[in-house]
Design a protein around this ligand. Structure first.
Ligand code: HEM
Length: 390
């Protein structure tokens, strides 16, 4: 019997790593009935899928993403995708957001720490990572005037549409209402930015012209929604997961404390070890063979980034968290044409979050009374991260 018929969604959600190990060993390209997807789990095959958009397209049919947001970066390929990406990318360059760590992220992080520093204990997910990620994203996108709770609700409702693979009309109605609300909210802001540009991503999307091309109103709206869905939860999760990774390895934590240059490799290793975004979802444009398996045209494929990041063919002792690992880059931000456009911002946020916490919370450690709970396979999230300090 195929391994894929035995795997349940509940197993994947609670701890996918033993399943990925089994799939890599026995069926590296395997149809998993419970999720209706071919899971591709080895490093080489995952890279191959991400880097061959003509064969494995992000423009799936139907596309929950395009249906909910309108056609956007993640749901398009080829010349269309290149055009949009070229116009949006400049805002994410070092030259444009290089001052974010000190100017934007650190002040917000410090303000959040102020609110709980005297207490000696906190949940670093709900009291720190989550609001930090929301506030930075609001500022970056140009949505400072939007309430944090509204941004969160948009995220939840838009994500409901993005994950509505079963086409449930009630779920779609919720997502469509949120989508319309975002458009309505943006309309007057976009009109103003056309005359009075500022330093936000929204303004850049409105005013950037590359090779004589600009984004249409619909493209600005759809891509802003992708940024909300792509940028909020994943960044919260990387901050939470990376802090947990280091705090659950106290000897390595001591090393980082003694040598702050280890912060960046420690975060990269955490992104490899527990990748916040688990998969790149694609569809075959024609019949093809992958890992000895014949895939029909139109097959839905999940290239499992989180599994590639633990592939023993590419990593020594991959289940170990090791901040001194020097084995090359991981795939937590994917690769190929859809390589995460927000990766630099996410890294700035996570590194600055660490810096501020290390500076301000002496003797930081996990609260042994409240061990972490983590779930999810497409998006892997810590539910809380309870810590203590002096
Ligand atoms: C730790 C945080 C983040 C992680 C782990 C992450 C991960 C990813 C991954 C894996 C992809 C590729 C998905 C695929 O291949 O199907 C992606 C794409 C994308 N991400 Fe991120 N992301 C993060 C933060 C952000 C932020 C902060 C933003 C925006 C403000 C963002 C915006 C996007 C966009 C727009 C795409 C689509 C790019 C394209 O299709 O060309 N992400 N991200």
């Amino acid at each position: 019997m195929s391994v894929g018929s035995e795997i349940s969604v509940a197993q994947l959600e609670s701890d996918p790593y033993p399943i990925y190990a089994q799939l890599r060993a026995e069926q590296p390209v395997c149809f998993v009935e419970s999720v209706g997807l071919w899971l591709v789990t080895r490093w080489d095959d995952v890279q191959y899928v991400d880097k061959a958009p003509d064969l494995f397209t992000g423009e799936t049919e139907p596309s929950t993403l395009n249906r909910t947001f309108g056609k956007n970066l993640l749901g398009s390929e080829g010349a269309y995708h290149d055009r949009i990406r070229k116009i949006i990318y400049p805002w994410f360059r070092v030259g444009a957001i290089g001052d974010y760590p000190d100017k934007v992220v650190a002040p917000i992080a410090n303000e959040l720490v102020d609110s709980f520093v005297d207490r000696g204990s906190a949940d670093l997910v709900s009291e720190f990572a989550e609001p930090l990620s929301a506030r930075v994203l609001k500022q970056a996108l140009g949505l400072s005037f939007v309430e944090e709770d509204t941004l969160r609700r948009w995220f939840v409702e838009l994500a409901t549409g993005a994950a509505n693979f079963e086409g449930d009309p009630e779920k779609q109605a919720v997502a469509d209402a949120a989508s319309a609300e975002v458009d309505e909210t943006l309309a007057p802001v976009i009109a103003q930015l056309e005359h009075e540009p500022d330093d936000t991503l929204l303004s850049s999307m409105v005013n950037t012209q590359v090779d004589g091309q600009r984004l249409t109103r619909a493209e600005i709206q759809s891509n802003l929604k992708v940024m909300i869905v792509g940028g909020l939860q994943a960044t919260t999760d990387l901050i939470g997961l990376s802090l947990w990774a280091i705090l659950s390895h106290p000897e390595q934590f001591e090393e980082v404390r003694a040598d702050p240059t280890l912060v960046d490799p420690a975060i990269e290793e955490a992104a490899r070890w527990h990748s916040p975004v688990g998969t790149s979802t694609r569809q075959t444009t024609r019949a093809t063979e992958l890992g000895g398996v014949q895939l029909e045209q139109g097959s839905l494929v999940a290239a499992v980034l989180a599994s590639a990041n633990r592939d023993e063919r590419n990593w020594q002792d991959p289940d170990r968290y090791d901040i001194h690992r020097r084995e090359g880059g991981h795939l937590a931000f994917a690769t190929g044409p859809h390589l995460c456009i927000g990766a630099r911002l996410a890294r700035y946020e996570t590194r600055t979050a660490w810096r501020v916490l290390l500076d301000r919370l002496p003797n930081l450690r996990l609260d042994p009374a409240r061990p972490i709970e983590i779930s999810g396979w497409e998006f892997r999230s810590p539910h809380h991260l309870d810590v203590l300090w002096k």
